[in-house]
Design a binder for this molecule. Sequence first.
Ligand SMILES: *Cc1c(COP(=O)(O)O)cnc(C)c1O
Length: 463
Amino acid sequence: MSRSAHPAGPRHADVLPEGHYSAPAADLNELDPKVWAQTVGRDADGVVTVGGVDVKTLAEQHGTPAYVLDEDDFRERARAWRTAFGHDADVFYAGKAFLSRAVVRWLHEEGLNLDVCSGGELATALSAGMPADRIAFHGNNKSVSEITRAIDAGVGRIVLDSFQEIVRVAHIAQSLGKRQRVQIRITVGVEAHTHEFIATAHEDQKFGIPLAGGQAAEAVRRALQLDGLEVIGIHSHIGSQIFDMSGFEVAAHRVVGLLKDIRDEHGVELPEIDLGGGLGIAYTSDDDPREPHEIAKALTEIVTRECDSAKLRTPRISVEPGRAIVGPTAFTLYEVGTIKPLDGLRTYVSVDGGMSDNIRTALYDAEYSVALVSRTSDAEPMLARVVGKHCESGDIVVKDAFLPGDLAPGDLIAVPATGAYCRSMASNYNHVLRPPVVAVKDGESRVIVRRETEEDLLRLDVG
Ligand SMILES: *Cc1c(COP(=O)(O)O)cnc(C)c1O
């Protein structure tokens, strides 16, 4: 690729460097509804609004960076999943995507259940009033104290992840005089990520008990013998950011095969099957996620068909969407700082956050979109890389995206679809303070997780 001598950095398609990005949108001021929360739009002055509040007001009241979450959108997505699966199925929101007490209350009100995978997530769920019997406890290395607290609280299910844990949970339940409802998590040899899935050789990972070699069948055999356990079903989670349902098809086929073997060997038909989460969302306009009702219809048909051919009663299905509910509901609002055009390459746009509030780009090479939100612009598109303020060259928020060429320090830009795995994975790297989560609804904004302060940081540093 030839280098351009353009004084303000690359501006035109014929001088763009190589990279994984699409051509600039015809109008950079347009906000693709696929990647932005439902109530996002621009007001008469061109300022972006969400939930009836404009981003300049949000920045003034709450500072930047901030995660801005559209409460109506969250509730609608939660409700859409609930409605799509109906009363013969359960929807467990995966708390690890983003968990706060407000979110727990919304989920409770909308009739969803909740997955947790640590003592901290369990404490958050219980303190916000989620009934324990609607909580599922996950994890590949639950501690004895976590298991004890979960059983003591009366969680609806613990998802067992290893042979050791089968014995450990049974023992703790018995010592508490309880019989704990459990599912056994198996790996079916399917791994799905975005548009692809691979149907062999992906049992080489830390989660679950492999179906291969009869290990899953052996786990069920042992669990069924233990008085402290009530085995209610089999669990399978095949990956993340999945668009293609064929991975679930193979997984359901294999899980139902195990249910049939269990029926043949033990004379029991386990009443539940959990197909996990991992459903994809649109991070950029190139992504085309499915609607919850399409997913529900596809999964229900697959399981029903497999059970019919195995002559099994169709078990109760549960699913565990995290990203698909919360991901699209929030964007991260940043203020633009230093702008550095690199001739023939791209323009580096620094923001007041970075890998501490969004690690996904550095960790997974995730793709995001970005837009100027404090005003509109008719300037030529420039190829930009949005970077943070951390002492790390991998501190990239948006790898390649087009922003208006007249972008200036003090402008507000926003990165959409940051509701999942951003605040929940946020760090204090460089002692940067973690941003607040601000919920907006009906023209009002409300802090649901406050910004960290230097006092918070120093409180942990006990000298
Ligand atoms: C992470 C996880 C989920 C949620 O995944 P999403 O991609 O957020 O839908 C669901 N179930 C299990 C067991 C998980 O580990």
